[in-house]
Design a protein around this ligand. Sequence first.
Ligand code: PMP
Ligand code: GLN
Length: 381
Amino acid sequence: MNPVFSNLPTTIFEEMSGRARETGAINLGQGFPDGDGPEDVRQAAAEAVLNGYNQYPPMRGLPGLRAAISAHYAHHQDLEIDPAEEITVTSGATEALAASILGLVTPGDEVILVQPAYDAYAPLVRAAGGTPRFVTPGPPAWMLTETMLEAAVSDRTRAIILNSPHNPLGTMLGEDELALLASFCTAHDLVAICDEVWEHVLFDGRRHRSLLDMPGMRARTVKIGSAGKIFSLTGWKVGWAIAAPALLHAIARTHQFLTFTTPPNLQSAVAYGLAKSDGYFTEMRAGYQASRDRLAAALAHAGYAVQTSAATYFLSIDLPASGLSLTDREFCDRLIDEAGVAAIPVSAFYDEDPVTTIVRLCFAKRNETLDDAADCLRKAR
Ligand code: PMP
Ligand code: GLN
């Protein structure tokens, strides 16, 4: 077996969801909503299945979806993206990451990753024959600094992988960090692979800005998105990679041999959904923000030190600040076995020097589920 993959355990998401299924625990681990997503988007998918969207679509994605992605980002992020030359539709952001990393990283390259890092990045870099170099900002601000970045770069560095809004922390890169990253990438001639799947799940009036939009970054940024997060339909696995034609060409070539295409019926429904009015996005954010605040308040009431989030489906609790001396992994084991709640230890997102004091909880759930979970967490103390 390929040791890049065979040496790794089952992902923490699958492990925790599996244990929750076995034990009947409330699952605040893996990040997925317990609703079904907007009915009109699902209806559009059903109609597409019944009305002829069932054979292989073009390799780069349905022209209608690429046009909708371009129009969507023009409207929401003021970006100009050529639907013919700069977009490839993929089977989820996961495949966009795989196609970007396998397509752009060659053996011997180094790639900078920021810890905690979403679990797919390092294995894909290694599968491409690259070597991850980790940058590790710390709590509570998790800020990237020039010193950290400069310490990680060498003349073999090809790319940096960034994730904003950030899973698992729920943080976002600030304007200063975006400016720092733009000057760092241009100075060292790096490609930035930007995982922006959480770009719409933002709270407290925040707005997303892509690194693609920063000076000098248009030709060296890959922007990755996912309909799963935009429409609360995480199982749909429709994603995309956006980049200038030269980069996109390499990504599309790779995509040909990973999945080649993505189900056209779902693509058609996503094209419909991306044109939804601003009201949909405002309402979606307000709903998740209310859930975030509900769980945060209940946990604070139960004596936990809560690190709230700027974005995503997640908030965190800080164990030592909550008066608990267990590691995150020990706490999550105890929580699922004794209190009936599944959560994610943030140390699972580290390859080196893990922070072991933070636990991630998913609040994209119904009020009753959040209240029941908070009740169990209160008893777990
Ligand atoms: N990147 C990040 C940061 C994520 O949180 C996720 C899923 N939650 C993905 C990528 C994968 O997205 P998809 O399900 O579209 O493959
Ligand atoms: N991204 C989801 C999370 O962070 C899980 C996706 C997966 O299971 N790979 O919970």
